[in-house]
Design a protein around this ligand. Structure first.
Ligand code: SF4
Length: 517
């Protein structure tokens, strides 16, 4: 993680922190010359990753230094996830390793994130050597563990601490928490009720990122189209309460930003007004993550999803009518409490009919504290869940293969996110910056990777007759697709692409030879 670009507040930086509690006497490093080193381990979703990046930026702003490994750190933060059993088990196994480390030397251990909540007392009993348990985005208790009083930093410290980008793409949370209380989900209990950030605050963060070379920003929310539902009217000169469309319009103006995305969508919150904003704004990628979870109304009701299959279908129809080339992915849970074979079959048939670009499928596992855990037996045998999971995976591999193979021979727009050596390698492998002159020798083709506007991963090479100027990390290029698989596309660089903006690309041209994908 890179260091923050905001200035350090006075009074922080070198160790020891106030109270000098972190290090014991006799430590070999001179106390005044040593910085606290932190290490953050992150599990789970992009929201957790964004929280970790923000915490890292805050710690660095306070003068701490990142350690690559927990063994080299004075403070280790585990940012945990409890959406899946496996994620919890990984965090618990990390705690075992940290316990041994702590028995040998001074170490502060903090557990943050979705594992912390109503069961914290239980966690404290099981892991007494952990110094701090703190909920998602509650960073101050971690500072207190290293002797810094969060109140001394002022109210503006965390809102104006922005993660420093590590590449040309970045995630920006815009709505925290969730008000939906789906029966299987732990998120509302751990992340709390919905809280939207103000348009001005989000805009300041995205401008900060764009000025540092970020070209694509993904706005995050558990139900991102609920953005603004909890905000007052009158922001950014708007007469009404803002919605996601207003936020997208405000961010669309930012210079240097090429693409905007958002996730995760929730069918009931997805309005025609928001969809029209996406269709009209050239920088906004027509790429949706719209979880359906089940194709059976009875299961949806038990899940408390708040919509029927017919209502989901109507939203998807509207979306595809307004944006015929939109890419849509979905999430499905198989083996939810009481799911019968015919109920599963309806999910399977719906997926076959709606043909999503991607399906994230999970076998249900009860999460302690949820409504389903309290009230519904987890009665679908594990082998049956796995059988259904494999059936969905097999179906989706075929559909994704068909969708992707239709792109063979087409030209797609790609934002370069990774580059390895070759013609465009070396110093070109950086974020943004001016075009470089072509290299003199004829080195081997560079291997590059990036994503299309539809979020498809593209691996490509530079076997172009002439090196393409300006093809650096964070640049937009056109790539000819030469082969495909269900999971990615492969091709060769064709030419540099012009960033879209409101002036010279009023509406993406669906008939052009360059695919809008
Ligand atoms: Fe969880 Fe449902 Fe909220 Fe998604 S919408 S975060 S599944 S409660």
């Amino acid at each position: 993680m890179a260091s923050s670009l905001q200035p350090l507040p006075s009074g922080f930086g070198l160790l020891p922190p106030p109270g000098g509690a972190l290090f014991s006497a006799g430590r070999t490093r001179a106390r005044q010359e040593v910085r606290v080193r932190y290490h953050i381990w992150t599990a789970g979703c992009q929201m957790n990753k964004a929280d970790s990046d923000k915490l890292a930026a805050g710690l660095e702003r306070l003068g701490l230094e990142e350690a690559a490994r927990p063994e080299e750190a004075d403070l280790v933060v585990l940012n945990t996830c409890s959406v899946r059993q496996h994620a919890e088990e990984r965090a618990i196994s990390k705690l075992g390793v940290l316990k041994k480390l702590k028995s040998r030397r001074d170490l502060k251990i903090a557990v943050m994130g979705c594992m912390v909540g109503p069961r914290t007392d239980d966690l404290r009993r099981r892991f007494p050597y952990v110094d701090v348990f703190t909920r998602p985005q509650e960073f101050d208790p971690i500072l207190e563990a290293i002797g810094i009083d969060g109140e001394d930093l002022g109210d503006e410290f965390w809102p104006r601490t922005f993660a420093v980008p590590s590449g040309p793409t970045a995630y920006v949370p815009v709505v925290h928490g969730c008000d939906k209380f789906c029966s299987y989900c732990i998120v509302p209990y751990r992340r709390g009720r919905q809280r939207s950030r103000l348009i001005a605050e989000v805009k300041e963060e995205v401008e900060h990122l764009a000025a540092r070379g970020v070209r694509e920003v993904t706005l995050l929310g558990q139900t991102v189209e609920a953005y603004g539902h909890d905000l007052p009217a009158g922001q950014a000169g708007l007469p009404d309460r803002p919605d996601l469309g207003d936020l997208l319009r405000a961010l669309h103006e930012i210079d240097g930003l090429y693409r905007l995305r958002f996730l995760t969508s929730y069918p009931r919150d997805m309005t025609e007004r928001i969809l029209r904003a996406v269709a009209e704004l050239p920088k906004v990628c027509q790429h949706f993550s719209l979880p359906v979870q089940s194709g059976d109304d009875g299961v949806l009701e038990r899940m408390r999803r708040g919509y029927t299959v017919a209502e989901y279908r109507q939203k998807l129809d509207l979306l595809r009518r307004l944006m015929p080339e939109a890419a849509v992915s979905t999430d499905v849970i198989v083996g939810f409490c009481g799911e019968t074979e015919p109920e599963f079959r309806r999910t399977y048939d719906l997926l076959a009919e709606l043909r999503f670009d991607k399906v994230h499928v999970a076998a249900y596992s009860p999460r302690p504290g949820t409504i389903a855990w309290r009230r519904m037996p987890d009665d679908v045998p594990r082998e049956v869940k796995m059988e259904r999971l494999r059936a969905v995976e097999k179906l989706q591999a075929r559909i994704a293969d068909e969708i992707n193979s239709a792109l063979q021979g087409r030209i797609v727009e790609v934002l370069i996110e990774e580059a390895k050596g070759g013609k465009l390698g070396g110093p070109a492998c950086r974020t943004g910056g001016p075009a470089r002159p072509p290299p003199k020798a004829d080195p081997p083709p560079a291997e590059l990777a990036g994503r299309t506007r539809s979020g498809k991963l593209v691996h490509f090479h530079t076997a172009h007759p002439e090196p393409v100027e300006g093809a650096h990390l964070g640049d937009l290029v056109h790539v000819v697709i030469e082969s495909t698989s269900p999971w990615s596309l492969q091709g060769r660089l064709a030419s540099a692409a012009k960033p879209r903006n409101a002036v010279d690309h009023p509406v993406p041209d669906r008939s052009a030879s360059v695919a809008a994908l």
